[in-house]
Design a protein around this ligand. Sequence first.
Ligand code: GLN
Length: 345
Amino acid sequence: MPTDAHTNHLDALVTKLKSAAAPFRSTLNDLHARYKDVNDGKVADYIPELAKSDPKWFGISVVSVDGQVVEVGDFQQLFSIQSVSKPFVFGQALEDHGRAEVLAKVSVEPTGEAFNSIVLDETTNRPFNPLVNAGAIATADLIDGRDFSERISRLLAVFSRYIGRPVYVDNSIFMSERTTGHRNRAIGHLMLNFGMIRDRVEETLELYFQQCSLLVNCHDLAVMGATLANRGTNPITGERAIKAEYVKDVLSIMLSCGMYDYAGEWAYRVGLPAKSGVGGGIVAVVPGQFGIGIFSPPLDAKGNSVRGVQVCHELSERFGLHAFEAGYTGPSMKEQFRPHGDAHK
Ligand code: GLN
């Protein structure tokens, strides 16, 4: 039985934790309330499992580099990570092979083509960047291991370090991705033809389909983003997920190529490294400060979460988060995150 002293102590602790980051909590509540009724966009339906997502699901999570968490809405709802996985696998490929070897297999140019287009750079035969399917399959090929099971364990371990818990693949999503993934198979074989990937295409595609089918929630995405913001160390577990020297590689690719065919406008208007996926997730990074995770399944015509894009636009404008916003003096997200926030001003 807990004594009164225990209960009082626990109550005090809970109050303290709740008041931490309180001003930002009301900011997020307000954002969530204003954007939850936006009904634009369409849930992805290229496989039946994704079409089952509730268009009303909407969660926002923000994690600071000192491990504070503020989140609202459906931040515990699991969904498949899909393309949000791509920059993280690129990071691991860099760790396994170094820059020169990775860049010999995948370029870093944005492409005006669709994410699943079957085009390679005409002169070098490289896929355009690691965040389109071709580039992502090329980077999955670079994940090392003695055999398939070691490769998949290493890949899952990367995500576990970023997220701070064991990760799981949704089997029915994986099976659907694999059964319907003919276009990705075609891309894989085209790259094999040009010697861009090794002669184990089926195995590498399995790896790619598994990575797309990993289950995460938007809290996890925010922790992953905060890990990149924190130079590669997960701010909650203290575990390193990627060598600090490669964080800038991952972030710069996210800034220029992370949001499908909206990437240019995103870099111009929001100015944060980010990645979206067809499951409705977006991760955005405020380097040195925060990871932001948003989940809302309805997608716009370019494939980005409608509410996710709107929330990021507003956060960036309201708190001057744009990477090139020099000399910004307006309201500060960091300040709002401090315990009793504004009181420190
Ligand atoms: N898994 C899907 C594919 O590879 C979609 C990935 C994504 O989020 N664009 O086609």
